[in-house]
Design a protein around this ligand. Structure first.
Ligand SMILES: Cc1cc2nc3c(=O)[nH]c(=O)nc-3n(C[C@H](O)[C@H](O)[C@H](O)COP(=O)(O)O)c2cc1C
Length: 337
């Protein structure tokens, strides 16, 4: 099994990461997911460099100190804009700046960034070099195996080589290619087949780099299998949809002692944050919508979701709604929380 030394300094490695996901991994979700264990590397939703330069920075960048280690994912294709955005992100306290070279949506394509940048290694390299010149934290890339018919091993290795030469030493690779014409982003996460062996080959080819594998990983067995070949695993949909798996993975892969953090433990850890943000005026549902995957498959889970979804949206909804939802799963949890 490969043990990464990791570019995150005191935080260690990228053995276990949660993927950037628009509309999912906002600051509330990240704070909640952090409850499953220290050391899991959390990624923000993609923020475009232009939004950061011209939009509401405080809103886009706010995060809770408990989120460390936390990486800011940027979208963009202009090296100078990206460099300025990276600097703003690093100054805000992010531990890593990650460039999105994997998103296949039309909106992203029309801005000439995301997955289509895999066809422009020079531009990505220039962007990485420009960002690195502005920040002291690691600058990393999240990419795919390729795009459309440009998905040969030669193409992938040449892309990585050019970008690594510019100073990127960690690549997160979603183990499928992107198809840019005709597939929705959702289809692009399901239809192109997963080809883990090609990520393994990259890791074997470039042992000097840290390679984190992403795509379709669900269980501890999946993660342990992939860690035979790569430095880290990144989970997206499973981590968000069935968050308890993170507790199991963190206990086995990072902490190596003690029991896995359970759903109930994670809710308990989240509760003070939730109460504090409610007092700031954040609506309950904005925070509890990230809990809907908890207790999946357990008796009462459906009611748990229904109470949070229906009652959590009402004006003035407070922590008592969470208690009611927890009581549907296990009456002792409401008091324990
Ligand atoms: C709702 C959703 C939003 C996503 N948003 C982003 C994003 O902002 N940036 C990015 O690089 N990938 C994004 N992705 C892709 C994930 O990071 C990940 O690569 C993909 O879901 C495959 O991993 P998984 O099978 O573990 O979910 C998104 C995925 C989902 C499901």
């Amino acid at each position: 099994m490969i043990h990464g030394s990791g570019p995150l300094g005191a935080w260690g490695s990228h053995r276990l990461c949660v993927a950037p996901m628009m509309d999912c991994t906002d600051r509330h979700a990240r704070t909640f997911l952090r409850g499953f264990g220290p050391g899991i590397v959390l990624y923000t939703e993609m923020v475009t460099a232009a939004a950061l330069l011209h939009g509401n920075r405080d809103r886009l960048l706010a995060f809770d100190p408990c989120e460390h280690p936390v990486a800011l994912q940027l979208g963009g294709s202009d090296p100078r804009e990206l460099a300025r955005a990276a600097r703003i992100g690093a100054e805000a306290g992010y531990d890593e700046i990650n460039l999105n070279v994997g998103c296949p949506s039309d909106r992203v394509r029309s801005g000439r960034f995301g997955a289509c940048l895999m066809l422009e290694p020079e531009r990505v390299a220039d962007s990485i070099a420009a960002m690195r010149a502005e920040v002291n934290v690691p600058v990393t890339v999240k990419c795919r195996l390729g795009v459309d018919e440009h998905d040969s091993t030669e193409h992938l290795h040449a892309f990585v080589e050019r970008v690594a030469d510019a100073g990127c030493s960690l690549f997160i690779v979603h183990a499928r290619k992107a198809i840019l014409g005709g597939l929705s982003p959702k289809e692009n996460r399901e239809i192109p087949p997963l080809e883990y062996h090609r990520v393994h080959a990259l890791a074997a080819h470039r042992r000097d780099l840290e390679i984190v594998i992403n795509g379709g990983l669900k269980t501890l067995a999946d993660a342990e299998r992939e860690l035979q070949h790569t430095h880290g695993v990144m989970l997206g949909r499973e981590a968000y949809g069935r968050p308890e798996v993170l507790g199991i993975l963190a206990a086995a892969l990072l902490h190596r002692e003690g029991d896995a953090v359970t759903a109930a433990d994670a809710v308990t850890a989240y509760r003070p944050y939730l109460a504090a943000r409610l007092a700031d005026g954040v609506p309950l549902h904005a925070m509890t919508r990230h809990l809907l995957g908890l207790f999946f498959g357990r008796p009462g889970a459906r009611q748990f979701r229904r109470i949070l979804s229906e009652q959590g949206c009402r004006d003035g909804a407070g922590v008592e709604v969470l208690d009611r939802a927890l009581a549907a799963v296990d009456p002792t949890l409401a008091q324990a929380a």
